[in-house]
Design a protein. Structure first.
Length: 259
């Protein structure tokens, strides 16, 4: 396939074991280039990925010496990609949960709508953990309130395409968004900047431990992080409420005007 000069696939990875190799191979079968940011992994996957990259010109591996969190790993990749002239990044998890076969579709939508935020909306299988499926509804409700129902279909699903410059600027403007709070805060802040969300359904799969599934989600720690995040965002929402209200009213007038 012809390497893209504008869009990359960016995969942050931390101690996911063999699943990361399956994810990278699946991503590479769909897109060129694919970048992996190894976030201080101690399971040997970083070294193995570097060897893979030596034999694949479409794969680049960046290795961070210490674990810094998903958001920090993504930001490191964004800065490197922007410096090389790329404009957009599709992010996906390294644990095999995200649908690599939809990479091309998401990238094409982004190419046709370069100023938009292309958000995956998860379609869960019947065996998905109920606690995880139900719990995300709370975060989604808050994210939509914080954007005055700006159109975020799902705030937590990390399979999405970002305009690099906008996301990098939003992250550089504060010292949050560096760990598990990255995905929802990124969606909210980019909506605040005026980016239009485009929601696209995408199946998600949860692997059991015996299938090689790895999860670093900590129910108490990460929910506390999300609670603090939404508290911060609500304060930002209040300050931006006049602007968000004006945008909503303007959008309603445009939709109701005769063609």
């Amino acid at each position: 396939m012809t390497p893209s000069k504008t869009h990359i696939v960016l995969i942050p990875s931390y101690n996911t074991g063999a699943k990361v190799f399956e994810t990278v191979r699946a991503a590479r079968s769909q897109w060129d280039p694919v970048w992996v940011v190894v976030d201080g992994s101690t399971d040997g996957t970083g070294e193995a990925l570097l060897r893979m990259a030596e034999e694949d010109s479409g794969l680049r591996v960046l290795v961070l010496p210490d674990n810094q969190g998903k958001g920090s790993a993504v930001l490191h990749g964004l800065r490197q990609a922007e410096a090389q002239g790329f404009s957009h990044a599709l992010t996906m998890d390294s644990d095999g949960q995200h649908p690599a076969d939809l990479i091309r579709r998401f990238q094409r939508i982004s190419q046709d709508n370069p100023d938009a935020l292309v958000l995956g909306v998860p379609v869960f299988a019947a065996d998905a953990p109920r606690l995880r499926v139900g719990g995300r509804k709370i975060s989604n409700w808050w994210a939509n309130l914080e954007t005055l129902w700006g159109g975020i279909g799902d705030s937590l699903f990390g399979f999405r395409v970002y305009p690099i410059a906008d996301l990098r600027a939003a992250m550089d403007a504060n010292h949050w968004m560096r760990r598990f709070d990255f995905d929802p805060e990124a969606a909210v802040r980019l909506c605040w900047k005026g980016l239009r969300p485009i929601n696209v359904p995408a199946p998600v799969r949860y692997f059991r431990p015996e299938e090689g599934g790895v999860s670093h989600f900590n129910y108490y720690r990460d929910n506390a992080l999300l609670t603090w995040m939404h508290t911060r965002l609500m304060l930002g929402f209040i300050a931006r409420l006049p602007l968000l209200t004006w945008r909503r009213m303007k959008g309603s007038r445009l939709r109701s005007s005769p063609r």
